[in-house]
Design a protein around this ligand. Structure first.
Ligand code: ATP
Ligand code: MG
Length: 571
């Protein structure tokens, strides 16, 4: 009984408030029970994990309720948009594991929107304002004080029609005129104080070229695009809450324009808002991400330190771990700051289940097995993934000279040091038990070589191999390994919430966010691995081949350490 109830509660909890609204609408047969959502990126940058939160919601609702989610590029500002961004967005959504119905563009509706705007002017509900943007802003008023009407507010309809056409001429001057809706300069909702509908932009558009010179504003394009497409649920983030009345206002106008005044069959999209994703130690603002790229503060949009989807992919995060993280934090009506550690925990969970276990030595020192023949070598079996037998195994070659981690040896070790130290035994992973016999040092006392003897009866899997030894070390064979560069990434910023800090965000960058190790060795098997492979360098962390890695120059990115060590170090 108890168990049943718990399951029920669990199920209830897992329905977000957005899904509750959707279920209400289905129950009341709104829109005939149809569910259609959209993800509406502006192609003015690469998408980041915040967008992934919106994507999971938009596509998730459609999938769950047998609907469809379309993509719509909100391409109404040609000065910032281009096809590079369009292509990257398509690619990243696919990689995240979602499938869209159609791909639409707000620019497909430029003619329809224009005609609708002309209708609004003819109805006396829009006018061309020839003031500067500063003048218009200075008349807006405050939430408690009404704004001042523009001197052009009551100009004749014909004059506005003529000027609106002029706005779209090739020789119109940017900033000289805007089209404004004539609504209510005293409305407590500032968005109703004669919002701008159109402005002049002469940058050629990535799809419509130089056909248009006047472009609709977001508020005048978004809801209408939803309506044209038949979107039932227009899900967006909380900053659009105050825009919702204007969204509904324009749709009322649009329905009147189309002669659809029947409120019984009111097939209007319903705007629902949820909280934006913010994560500690990074920024989500596209403007700031642009600055990081443009000022070479990172190495491009897909720098593994970036919160972009392409950056996370390059770093070795799996699509599933990103989706799992987003599921785990859920959707609310309150803005919050989520801990980066939660994202990393989701990455570790997924990579633990799917990564291939391999050996790499990042800070090498030579270990010589003095009783092992010089010309001998052996192939040892290495299990790929103890979490999944089906992943099989590969072989790693053992020989007399090995690389091990410098930190794994101590000449004068305390009792609890279960790694290599004179006269103690350790197991070499997948191979033999060895006993350290000493080391060679240079004149400065630096360790140059370590010596050990192996027990031939102790090979992993052999009878007698079960003898208890406390430490197990990873290694690679000097003759059978490959040199590699390893890039260790850390938090991009030094402060938890760079967006709320008064200092310039550039000053808050973590100068140790990338460490490049150039003297590493990896087992030969890794030469086959391609970017996107999930690897665990045993005892070190999760890694993936970088996009620039080649068989002649292997490069690996650290995805995440095995354990969360960051908090301890910084407190
Ligand atoms: P811009 O400042 O350029 O408008 P934006 O981050 O809002 O940037 P859009 O391309 O307009 O980018 O966003 C597309 C969709 O993704 C919108 O519905 C937006 O609400 C959502 N989105 C953007 N950032 C986040 C975030 N941090 N968390 C959740 N959703 C987000
Ligand atoms: Mg936006």
């Amino acid at each position: 009984m108890v168990e049943k109830n718990e399951t029920k509660n669990e199920e209830k909890k897992s329905i977000s408030f957005v899904e509750q609204f959707v279920e209400e609408d289905i129950a009341s047969s709104k829109n005939g029970g149809k569910i259609q959502t959209r993800f509406p990126p502006e192609p003015n940058g690469y998408i980041h994990i915040g967008h992934a939160k919106a994507i999971c919601m938009d596509f998730g609702v459609a999938e769950k309720y047998n609907g469809v989610c379309n993509l719509r590029f909100d391409d109404t500002n040609p000065s910032k948009e281009n096809t590079e961004y369009v292509d990257s967005i398509l690619n990243d959504i696919k990689w995240l594991g979602f499938h869209w119905g159609n791909v639409y563009y707000a620019s497909d509706y430029f003619q329809q929107l224009w005609d609708f705007a002309v209708w609004m002017i003819k109805k006396g509900r829009a006018y061309v304002d020839e003031q500067t943007s500063e003048e218009i802003a200075s008349q807006k008023g405050t939430p408690t004080e009404p704004g001042k009407p523009s001197p052009y507010r009551d100009r004749p309809i014909d004059e506005s029609l003529e000027l609106f056409n002029k706005m779209n001429d090739q020789d119109s001057i940017e900033g000289s005129m805007v089209l404004r809706a004539k609504i209510d300069m005293a409305n407590p909702n500032m968005h109703f104080r004669d919002p701008i509908m159109y402005r002049i932009i002469h940058t050629p558009h990535h799809r419509t070229g130089t056909k248009w010179n006047a472009y609709p504003m977001y508020d005048f394009a978004h809801g209408q695009s939803d309506f044209f497409e038949g979107v039932t649920h227009s899900i967006c983030t909380l900053e659009f809450v105050p825009h919702r009345p204007l969204y509904d206002y324009y749709i009322d106008q649009l329905k009147e324009y189309k002669g659809e005044t029947d409120n019984i069959h009111d097939n209007r999209p319903r705007q629902i808002e949820f909280n934006r994703l913010n994560i500690t130690y990074t920024v989500m603002s596209k403007r700031k991400l642009h600055t990081l790229v443009d000022e070479n503060l990172v190495c491009g949009w897909d720098d593994p330190r970036m919160p972009t989807i392409c950056g996370m992919r390059r770093r070795g995060y799996s699509a599933k771990s990103i989706r799992d993280f987003i599921n785990s934090i859920g959707y609310t009506k309150f803005d919050a700051l989520n801990d980066y550690a939660l994202l990393e925990a989701a990455v570790r969970d997924d990579l633990n289940a799917k990564s291939c276990r391999v050996s790499a030595v990042l800070n090498p020192v030579k270990l010589v097995i003095t009783n092992y023949p010089e010309d001998k070598s052996e192939e040892m079996e290495a299990i790929n993934n103890p979490e999944n037998e089906a992943d099989g195994s590969h072989t790693i070659t053992f020989s007399r000279e090995l690389w091990i981690e410098r930190e794994d040896f101590m000449e004068d070790a305390p009792n609890k040091f279960f790694r290599m130290t004179p006269n103690k035994e350790v197991r070499l992973k997948n191979a033999y038990i060895v006993k350290c016999t000493g080391c060679k040092k240079d004149t400065n006392g630096n360790i140059e070589e370590i010596y050990a003897e192996y027990d031939p009866q102790s090979r992993s899997g052999m009878e007698g191999a079960n003898r208890k030894v406390k430490g197990t070390l990873h290694w690679v064979s000097v003759k059978n390994c490959l040199p590699a560069e390893v890039r260790i990434y850390d938090r991009l910023f030094n402060v938890e919430n760079p967006s709320s800090d008064e200092r310039d965000f550039r000053e808050l960058l973590n100068s140790d966010s990338l460490k490049v190790l150039t003297n590493c060795f990896v087992e030969k098997y890794l030469v086959e691995k391609k970017p996107g492979s999930f690897l665990q360098f045993q005892r070190i962390g999760y890694f993936t081949p970088d996009l620039d890695s080649t068989p002649n120059k292997l490069i690996f990115n650290r995805t995440v350490s095995l354990k969360d060590t960051w908090k301890k170090i910084n407190k």
